[in-house]
Design a protein around this ligand. Structure first.
Ligand SMILES: Cc1cc2nc3c(=O)[nH]c(=O)nc-3n(C[C@H](O)[C@H](O)[C@H](O)COP(=O)(O)O)c2cc1C
Length: 186
């Protein structure tokens, strides 16, 4: 059985990160193992609400087939380094947002995937400079995570591909939210 206990230095690092972060099980139904306070601020869901459950709960009644298929393809292919996609999500209070989701892998020295690493950002209420600041924060988080994870024999995989066309990404996310008003989803 794989080891799903999160080393304490990783927990501390996660809690101190300025961005929303989650760790998931690379096997089974990819349930969530831990989420930080920023994740709770963003989604309204606490560690208690979601630990042990699959994060697709955030998708509510949305049928974002394309984004979901991309995430599934990443999770099924252990050689895929990372994935980044906007996906329609709902907070605990039911309010929608477009989540710019990044996922990569944390591996043991043996090469086996220990955890799925994820970070979330509300791209539908952002401005381009806010998205760029988030990209910087997430990039720094990944860089700083490497030596911390190495202490526990964990390798951080997947370098961040920053969003080049941030204005377009944001405009599309806002359109997604606007189109919800006309649909029967809400
Ligand atoms: C650690 C982790 C965090 C995730 N975070 C989110 C998230 O914030 N929002 C979301 O819609 N899906 C998230 N997912 C993806 C879903 O849990 C699920 O893998 C995805 O919907 C594709 O699988 P499915 O088609 O079986 O639902 C996350 C997955 C993992 C492993």
């Amino acid at each position: 059985m794989s080891d799903l206990s999160v080393p304490s230095e990783l927990r501390t690092f996660f809690e101190n990160s300025p961005v929303a972060l989650a760790l998931g099980d690379p096997g089974g139904d990819n349930h969530l193992i831990m989420m930080n306070g920023r994740f709770a601020d963003l989604t309204g869901f606490s560690q208690k609400d979601l630990a042990g459950q699959n994060c697709r709960i955030l998708q509510g009644p949305a049928e974002d087939h394309e984004a979901r298929a991309k995430l599934r393809a990443f999770l099924r292919n252990d050689t895929a380094a990372n994935v980044r996609t906007p996906i329609l999500n709902f907070r605990k209070d039911g309010s929608p947002f477009v989540n710019l989701l990044y996922m990569s892998r944390l591996r043991a020295l043996s090469g086996e995937t220990r955890f799925i690493f994820a970070s979330q950002f509300d791209v539908s209420r952002a401005q381009p400079d806010k998205l760029r600041a988030y990209d910087d924060d997430l990039g720094r988080t990944l860089t700083r995570l490497s030596p911390v994870a190495a202490e526990s024999g964990i390798i951080v995989e997947g370098t961040l591909t920053t969003i080049a066309n941030s204005a377009t990404t944001i405009a599309q996310a806002k359109l997604t939210l606007a189109s919800l008003d006309d649909s029967s989803i809400l």
